[in-house]
Design a protein around this ligand. Sequence first.
Ligand code: ATP
Length: 245
Amino acid sequence: MLNARELKVFYGVIQGLKGVDIDVYDREIVTLIGSNGAGKTSTLNGIVNLVRSSGRVSFLNDDISRSQTHQIVRRGLALVPEDRQGEGVVQMMSIQSNMTLSDFSLQGFRRAWKWLNPQKEIACVKEMIRELAIKVSDPDLPITSLSGGNQQKVVLGKALMTQPQVVFLDEPTRGIDVGAKTDVYHLIGKMAQQGLAVMFSSSELDEVMALADRILVMADGRITADLPRHAVTREKLIAASTPQD
Ligand code: ATP
């Protein structure tokens, strides 16, 4: 579904990603693992063009390297960012508004020129709340009334509302409780069963080894190992994540 070739990411003079090649297939769960600063966020952000990058990225054989992020989302890719508080949610807005925030989702709710169809929007939000097992009494409540885990599920819901074919999740379980983590694991499995490709980053070996079909280990802005699940051992992961001098 997705190929990246020689993908590099630049932060001014700093090179966050030093040329990676990635292939992601449908129904596949691919995990990026590596220590802080290894290049996981840069990879995900580079693919959807949120940061300055070079190289070639193609989705279903179409070159999307020069597309803007909103065009990439429209094509069927979705990214759930690492910084939930800063980039994932708008703190002042309700749960419902946060979930339907993507302009692409909102277009689906438009009844006629510029008017939204509130019934359709509410029905979709309720369906998503049920699907993601979000513990909430009223979708009109502020997003800040939810626990961290439930806020994370709203952000996942926002991504799924765009009906993506490939979903990128940056550290989706960081800082959430055990119950919400389990719900996120189920959701990732379900997305893959439904034919989506899922790529998520993580620093927790256990969740990676339990969920991933394939593991890409990163160190110092490069992919240092590409391991199918059956070939993975804790020792191999640790060895490949250690930067070589
Ligand atoms: P973490 O788990 O800490 O998020 P990561 O594996 O996602 O780490 P990246 O955030 O992609 O790693 O960072 C890769 C490299 O790019 C690091 O050397 C980092 O210091 C650098 N980098 C990332 N963001 C910026 C930025 N905004 N400005 C300058 N350098 C950056």
